[in-house]
Design a protein around this ligand. Structure first.
Ligand code: G6P
Length: 612
């Protein structure tokens, strides 16, 4: 959370910073600010979105500068207001900092600094950090980069920081621990950002900073030292990201674009990994760990939010196909409950961003107990991808809408391929079933396209429910986690209270909520619990609830009892979550748009949650 960006070179810095912040706004949008060095060191900041900052900058006449830093905030310490917005000045006003993360020992540091006479203008931990750095700098009479290093040896917590100094108009200092930072290397210019999206149109040569590294960009040169003062050689990588993939491409919102990208993103997740002729699933990043997986006593999936839901789908699939016992845990719970993990367990961390703080901490814990950790991440080179022993990328392309859509379907696709590969090697799946699922998986993108063609119908349906106060989502088996995901999507972007339940649990509580005002979305596809779900629909109807049923194409029974039906094509049972989730994504999207909500940047949320 929080997006940070920096520039030094010969171009005009302000427009680069603003454009970069807009690309990073998915990481937080409580306030935005930039600092530029021209005659002095000037900070401009404002509560609200980057567009509000832009509006105040339009009134400024002198923004000429070739060096600057920018920040878009997701508030942790201190409410979202102008003074808590970044950048923050040091005590003398000669330094400015942008920070993503949390300094956990900030209050002890602040107390010491206040005793020394420091006055703070904000409630943030970040302002404390820059005061602390300057205090060391003045006291030790060392270089600024050395002062940063010394300060960081005393800091507890997570950070990605960039610092500029009035006295050094060609220098940026950046450091990271636990929050991502990428440095773009251009011709006589450097870019720094939380991810590569602000950098890609200028250069595709990048260096990913590692934890505990401090980068000094000075006089057109990049040097890296660690917090322990060991020099490290920058490893330059070439980005494969394209500019089009991070733009809206004619869609009104990123979320809609990403929903519609799913036939392709699912295809991309499978590309080169399934071979129908030889009947093979090839996941290169797992090859080395295949025996470990096949012989695992237990598989534990960890993740947060939508990624946790993908883990729940995987639980059903893995246990069914591989006969390996599976547990699915919220990373945030796992990390604090002294879990029993052995070297015979395999932990699979699922994360779109690859940066979620709780998931990263859970990985470190499992690693310390000797388990093999595999990652299922979307962002290449992300912290989780690097912290795990091996894994499989989603290759779904950048997901920018805060509510996850295409990452979910790609996560499920990758997890299905993993389960198939393990089951085959383990001999827990028959050859005919393996081939049947593989062929069917290959046909999923076309089936998703078919569902997407009912977008207009779903939009019409959304009109009838845009003013609902509550929603219930029901599903069973493989589709129970989809009910959770449908409810989460609606909550996240439309602010309507929604709950997902296993359909059979309805009678143990939620049924008490049902009246004529309660829409109930029921995933009622033809599978082995079809009859039971039909009974649930009747129970809802008997209490005058409004039923929106997701049904299998050609079903003639449910349309007779449900108020609304949305059809999905038939598929193998384990693949159906890839289909049933699509109408739920579209329904949430349209309801949110009709309620005037900002679907790409819902209130209080951020896409990449790099704090606990
Ligand atoms: C945030 C996002 C969710 C996401 C969750 C986990 O809450 O808003 O969309 O599912 O984090 O993120 P990850 O990147 O680890 O999948």
């Amino acid at each position: 959370m929080c997006g940070i960006v920096g520039y030094v070179g010969s171009r005009d810095a302000a427009p680069i910073l603003i454009k970069g912040l807009k690309r990073l706004e998915y990481r937080g949008y409580d306030s935005a600010g930039i600092a530029l060095i021209s005659e002095g060191l000037d900070v401009y900041k404002k509560k609200g979105k980057v567009s509000e900052l832009e509006a105040i900058l339009e009134k400024e006449v002198n923004l000429n500068s070739h060096i600057g830093i920018g920040h878009t905030r997701w508030a942790t310490h201190g409410e979202p207001n102008d003074s808590n917005a970044h950048p923050h000045y040091s005590a003398s006003g000669n330094l400015a900092i942008i920070h993503n993360g949390i300094i956990e020992n900030y209050s002890a540091l602040k107390k010491d600094l206040i005793n020394k006479g420091h006055v703070f203008l904000s409630d943030t931990d970040s302002e404390v950090l820059i005061h602390f750095i300057e205090d060391i700098w003045l006291h030790e009479k060392c270089s600024l980069e050395e002062a940063v290093r010394l300060a960081l040896t005393k800091v507890v917590g997570a950070y990605a920081i960039v610092i500029i100094s009035k006295e050094h108009s060609n220098q940026l200092i950046a450091a990271r621990k636990g929050s991502p930072l990428v440095i773009g290397i251009g011709q006589g210019e450097f870019f720094i950002a939380s991810d590569a999206s602000p950098i890609i149109e200028y250069t595709n040569e990048v260096v990913y900073l590692n934890d505990y590294e401090i980068a000094l960009i000075k006089d057109n040169e990049l040097t890296i030292r660690t917090v322990e003062d060991i020099s490290s050689t920058p490893y330059i990588q070439t980005l494969e990201l394209s500019l089009e993939s991070i733009e809206k491409g004619g869609y009104e919102h990123f979320m809609l674009k990403e929903i519609f990208e799913q036939p392709n993103s699912i295809k991309d997740s499978m590309r080169g990994r399934i071979n129908l002729e030889s009947g093979e699933v090839i996941l290169g990043g797992l090859r080395q760990y295949m025996n470990k997986l096949v012989n695992a006593k237990r598989i534990i999936f960890i993740g947060c939010g939508t990624s946790w839901h993908a883990g729940l789908v995987a639980e059903y699939i893995f246990e069914d196909l591989t006969r390996i016992p599976v547990e699915v845990e919220y990373a945030s719970e796992f990390r604090y409950r002294n879990p029993i993990i052995s070297e015979e367990d395999v932990v699979i961390a699922i994360s779109q961003s690859g940066e979620t703080a709780d998931t990263l901490a859970a990985i470190e814990l499992a690693k310390s107990k000797g388990a093999i950790i595999l990652g299922v991440c979307n962002v290449v080179g992300s912290s989780i991808a690097r912290a795990t022993h091996g894994g499989a990328y989603l290759h779904a392309g950048p997901e920018i809408g805060v509510a996850s859509t295409k990452a979910f379907t790609s996560q499920v696709t990758v997890l299905i391929m993993m389960a198939l590969a393990i089951a085959r090697k383990k001999g827990t799946i028959s050859e005919s079933k393996f081939m049947e699922i593989l062929v069917d998986l290959n046909n999923i993108p076309a089936k998703v396209s078919r569902i997407l063609s009912s977008n207009a119908k779903i939009e019409l349906l959304a009109k009838d429910f845009k003013d609902s106060k509550n929603f219930l989502y029901l599903g069973r088996g493989y589709n129970f986690p989809v009910a959770l995901e449908g409810a989460l999507k609606l909550k996240e972007i439309s602010y309507i209270h929604a709950e997902g339940y296993p359909a059979a649990e309805m009678k143990h509580g939620p049924i008490a909520l049902i009246d004529a005002e309660m829409p109930v979305v029921v995933i009622a596809i033809q599978d082995n619990s079809y009859e039971k779900v039909v009974s649930n629909i009747q129970e809802v109807k008997a209490r005058k609830g409004k039923v929106i049923a997701i049904i299998t194409e050609g079903d003639t029974e449910i349309p007779k009892m449900a108020d609304y039906v949305l059809e999905i094509p038939n598929a193998s049972a384990i693949l159906k979550p890839l289909l049933t989730v699509i109408p739920l994504q579209l329904l949430s999207y349209h309801i949110a748009v009709m309620r005037g909500c900002n679907v790409d940047q819902p209130r209080n949320l951020a896409k990449s949650v790099t704090v606990e």
